[in-house]
Design a protein around this ligand. Structure first.
Ligand code: TXA
Ligand code: MG
Length: 325
C-alpha cells in the first residue's frame, strides 16, 4: 500500500517498525525495505519478503553521525567521523568493525557492519522518531533491478507492504560501499559517489579489493545483481549497434545511450541512459516484454564506473552466479 509521507503516516510506520514489522522507505539512491535493527522478527521478514539469501548482510541506516559512532569499534571512530562528516547525509556506505551486539541477520555473521545516513527527509524523520537505526536492503524482489519509485516497490513486493512514497529517487543508483580500516579505504561496490570525489574531499585513496580470497569473502560481489528479464547487450560503437540491430530483426528490442549520443536522434524509440534512468529503463523494457536491450557504451557512459558496473553485471550470463538483492 503506497502512502504519502505525512506526519501521521510516518508515526504509523514508526509504530509498525517498533512492533517488528517492515516498511519500504524512500532514500536518495533507491527505495529500501526497512526493519528496526532491534527487531529479529522485522529483520527475518525482510529476508522472507525479498527472498534474499541470508549470507548477504544489510546496510544499517542512521539519522546522525553520533548514532553511527555508537555502533563502530573504538579504534576507527576518528576515521569514521571524518569520512561521514565529508559525505553524510549522502550515498556513501561505510563498512567498519562493529561494537556491541548486532543481529547476525544484519551482519551475516561478519565482524563488520555497513553504515549510511541517507539524504532523504522522510527516512531521517522516521529513524529519529524510532530512535533506532533501520536495517534496509533495496526494496526489490531478489534478482530484480532496484526500485526507484514507490510503484516499482509495490510491483515487486505486493500490496501488503507499507510503502512511504517519496517520489522518484534523486540519485537512482545504489550508494558507494567502502570498507574502512586504519589506513585504507577499499571499494566494495562502486556507486553514486566516485573515487575521485572521495579523494577530492578527504585526500583518501580508494583502492580495489586486493586478493581473490578477499573478493570471494566480500558479500555482494558473488551475486548477479541488477538484471532485467530482457537480455542486456553492451556495444562499444555505432557500427556494432547497427549490426546488433540488424541481427535482432523481428525481436522486440530497446536501445539505450547517453543523453549526448547522436543516435538518440537517429534511432526511433531509443532512450537516454543515466544513473537516474538505468533501473526504470530496465523495468520499462520488462513491462513491455522486450527481449533485448542494446546499450551503447560511448565515452560518457564508459567513464562512469558505477553505471558501467551495473551494466556489466546485468549483461553477465546467468550461469555460475546466483541472483541477489
Ligand atoms: O543505496 C543503497 O545502498 C540502498 C539504499 C536502500 O540505502 N541499499 C542497498 O542495499 O543497496 P543492498 O542490501 O541492496 O546492498 C548492500 C550492499 C550489498 O552488496 C552487501 O553485500 C553490502 O552492501 N554489505 C552490507 N554489509 C556489509 C558488510 N558488513 N561487509 C561488506 N559488505 C556489506
Ligand atoms: Mg539491492
Amino acid at each position: 500500500m503506497i502512502l504519502p509521507p505525512t506526519d501521521e503516516n510516518i508515526v504509523t510506520a514508526s509504530k509498525l517498525l517498533k512492533e517488528g514489522g517492515v516498511v519500504a522507505i524512500p532514500t536518495e539512491t533507491v527505495y529500501g525495505l526497512a526493519a528496526s535493527i532491534k527487531s529479529e522478527a522485522g529483520l527475518r521478514e525482510i529476508f522472507r519478503i525479498k527472498k534474499r539469501p541470508s549470507d548477504n548482510p544489510l546496510i544499517v541506516h542512521v539519522s546522525s553521525i553520533e548514532q553511527a559512532l555508537s555502533l563502530c569499534a573504538r579504534p576507527l571512530l576518528k576515521q569514521l567521523e571524518q569520512l561521514a562528516g565529508a559525505f553524510w547525509p549522502g550515498p556513501l556506505t561505510i563498512v567498519v568493525p562493529y561494537r556491541g551486539r548486532l543481529s547476525s541477520l544484519i551482519t551475516a555473521g561478519l565482524r563488520t557492519v555497513a553504515l549510511r545516513m541517507p539524504d532523504h527527509d522522510t527516512a531521517l524523520t522516521l529513524i529519529s522518531m524510532l530512535s533506532s537505526p533501520l536495517a534496509a536492503p533495496s526494496a526489490n524482489r531478489s534478482g530484480r533491478p532496484s526500485p526507484t519509485t514507490a510503484e516499482h516497490v509495490e510491483k515487486d513486493l505486493g500490496p501488503q507492504v507499507m510503502i512511504l512514497d517519496g517520489g522518484p529517487c534523486r540519485v537512482g543508483i545504489e550508494s558507494t560501499v567502502v570498507r574502512l580500516s586504519k589506513d585504507t579505504l577499499t571499494l566494495l561496490r562502486p556507486g553514486a559517489i566516485s573515487r575521485s570525489t572521495v579523494f577530492e574531499r578527504t585526500a583518501m585513496q580508494v583502492v580495489d579489493l586486493q586478493s581473490q580470497a578477499d573478493r570471494l569473502q566480500s558479500p555482494g560481489t558473488r551475486y548477479r545483481h541488477y538484471a532485467p528479464i530482457a537480455q542486456v547487450v553492451l556495444v562499444v560503437d555505432i557500427g556494432e549497434l547497427n549490426r546488433q540491430k540488424e541481427a535482432a530483426q523481428g525481436i522486440p528490442i530497446a536501445v539505450l545511450a547517453s543523453p549526448t549520443a547522436q543516435i538518440l536522434h537517429q534511432i526511433e524509440g531509443s532512450r537516454p541512459l543515466t544513473t537516474q534512468t538505468l533501473y526504470s529503463e530496465f523495468r520499462r523494457a520488462d513491462d513491455l516484454q522486450l527481449e533485448r536491450i542494446l546499450v551503447l557504451c560511448d565515452e560518457t557512459t564508459a567513464a562512469d564506473e558505477a553505471l558501467m558496473n551495473r551494466l556489466s553485471k546485468a549483461a553477465e550470463p546467468l550461469s555460475g552466479l546466483d541472483d541477489e538483492q
